[in-house]
Every structure is written in C-alpha cells, then in structure tokens.
Design a protein around this ligand. Structure first.
Ligand code: SAM
Length: 306
C-alpha cells in the first residue's frame, strides 16, 4: 500500500465544484462528509456547509480538522444518516435562518474506512472481525449476514451488489463452512480463504479475488442502496422548498446500481420539468486523476440544476 492510499483523497473535486457552483455565504449540504475533502473546497469558496456522516470516527476526525470552521458556524457537522437530512434541517431552521443552495453526495466508503485494520473492511486484516458497519449503531455485521442468509439469498446478493460471477460457488462454500462451525466466519481471513478456494489467489494486476464479495456485503450491511433511494426525493424536496437561486443536486456514485438510481432519478426531474441536467453523460475522472488516485476509476458524477 502506498502513502496515497492510506488517507482519503477526494475524487472529482474540480468537476464537483463546477457542478455545485458554491456561492459565498450560501448553504450547501455535504451528505457524505468522510474526511471533508469536498466540504473543504466548498468552504474555501466562502460558502457554508451542513455536513452529515454516520461514521463516528469520521465525525471525530472532522471535529479536530475543522475546529475553526465549526466554531465560526461555517460548518455544521452532524453524526447522522443522510436519510434523516430533512428532519435535521427542520431542527436547524428553529435557530438558524437558512436556505439550501445545493446538496452533494459522494457515495460509498472512504479510504480511511477501507484501510482501517479493525473494522473488517480490509481483506488484509485477516484476524479482525468481519464487521463492515460504517455506523456502529447498526445491528447486523457482515459476519451475521453470512450466518443468517440461506445459500440462494447469499448468492443472489453477491451477484446483485458485487457483480460476483462466482457467487453461487462462494455461497455454497460459506454454507458448508458454517455447518461445520457457525462462528468460523466471524473472522475476515476465513471468508478470504473460502473465496480464494473458489477464485484462486490474486494474480498480478488483477483486483483481489475478494473485492466483489466484500463490496456486496458492505452495501447490504450499511443498506446503501435503500438509503440513497429514500434520500434522493428528500433532497429534491429540500431544494424545491428552498428560496435560494440556482440550486444544484450533485452526486458521485461508484457502484453501478447506485449510479443507475441517480441517473434515472435525475432524468425524471428533467422529464417532469422540475430541473435541468447539467451533463447528458456522467462525468468521469481525467487521465491525470486516474494516475494519481486509483479510487477515482469507477467514479461517475451526475448533476442537475433545480
Ligand atoms: C466516499 S466517502 C466521502 C468522502 C468525502 N467526500 C471526502 O472528500 O473526504 C463516503 C462517506 O459517506 C459516509 N456515508 C455513507 N453512507 C452514509 C449515510 N447513509 N449517511 C451518512 N453518511 C454516510 C461514509 O461513512 C463515508 O465517510
């Protein structure tokens, strides 16, 4: 792992700022604060940010890094699922006079989460618990899912959310392993070994054989698709009800299912004359960014003006 991969590098920053077009003194929602890369850029333009993240460690780090901006109320940082942004906003409006000019999503996980050795996201941390919750308040860990789902459900899920073509064989191995010892799948390493038995070991230049299975489990554990499905209409309503001018909804997705949701939702906005697409096609990373930040590989940015 090189140094760049250890801390989160925000993706498509220039493109996101062009789409969001932050204006001095106006309020923007950053639904997925992470390490605050995009929030920082919005603040640098003199705008204000209301940011959400449901990961306690992202919020704790943010409170340290953005101490000055928080104390001056340039940044309001909340540990909350973004699907509650409407309720949070109503609460804030009790004491603050604010209109929202833009809402931004940078979906998925941060490199800090993926690289942390004690949260079960990393295939390298073989002795850790297969957890994968971004929000520790969630009830079900990835290892619980492997105990709860039947073979068919598990295979379907690995295929649907990870695009794993060996989903059935992996699900079969998992069920056989848990029959022998139900707790054997509590550890990251056991699942990685089972996947390697099916897919072979990592070969040079290829993604790790466990990548797709881990992605699928993470998406389910954190209910990522449903959170987005629920929140996009809320975000639209917030912008429609706002008295700000030239309002923007901007989203970066990394997973095909999420991008499809965003694409369809944004298209409907235009079809129903509720807004205008800023780009007909998704914006992707430049060659330079791809070279410097491998995580940008699958990023797709879509934006709509309301
Ligand atoms: C890709 S990272 C964002 C990185 C950020 N833009 C930056 O530049 O540092 C996604 C973040 O969103 C958070 N997240 C994902 N789903 C969420 C949800 N439903 N509610 C709140 N936060 C969420 C994750 O915990 C993670 O920190």
């Amino acid at each position: 792992m090189n140094e760049k991969q250890q801390t989160h590098q925000a993706v498509l920053v220039k493109e996101a700022m062009t789409a969001l077009n932050p204006q001095k003194g106006c309020y923007y929602i950053d639904a997925t604060f992470g390490q605050g890369g995009h929030s920082r850029e919005i603040l640098n333009r003199g705008a204000k940010v209301i940011a959400f993240d449901f990961d306690a460690s992202a919020i704790a780090k943010g409170k340290e890094l953005f101490r000055r901006e928080i104390s001056s109320q340039q940044l309001i940082l909340q540990r909350e699922n973004f699907n509650k942004m409407d309720e949070s906003l109503l609460n804030l409006k009790k004491t603050l006079d604010l209109e929202i000019s833009g809402i931004f999503f940078d979906l998925g996980t941060s490199s800090d989460q993926l690289m942390s050795k004690d949260r079960g996201f990393s295939f390298e941390a073989k002795d850790e618990v297969l957890d994968m919750r971004m929000d520790e308040r969630l009830g079900v860990k990835a290892c619980d899912l492997l105990k709860l789902l039947d073979e068919k459900q598990l295979a379907k899920m690995l295929f649907e959310y990870g695009g794993e073509t060996d989903a059935r064989a992996i699900a079969k191995k998992v069920v056989a392993a848990r029959k022998k010892d139900p707790n054997s799948l509590d550890q990251v390493g056991t699942l990685v070994e089972l996947i390697e038995q099916v897919k072979g070991q990592k070969t040079k230049g290829k993604i790790h054989p466990a990548t797709k299975t881990f992605q699928a489990l993470r998406i389910i554990v954190n209910d990522e698709i449903n959170n987005l499905k629920e929140t996009l209409p809320k975000a639209l309503t917030i912008l429609q009800e706002s008295k700000a001018r030239d309002k923007r909804l901007v989203c970066i997705a990394f997973h095909e299912g999420e991008d499809r949701l965003v694409k369809t939702f944004f298209k409907q906005i235009e079809v129903n004359n509720l807004g205008k697409l800023l780009n007909k096609k998704a914006i992707t990373a430049s060659l330079e960014e791809l070279r410097n930040n491998p995580r940008s590989r699958s990023a797709k940015l879509r934006a709509v003006a309301i």
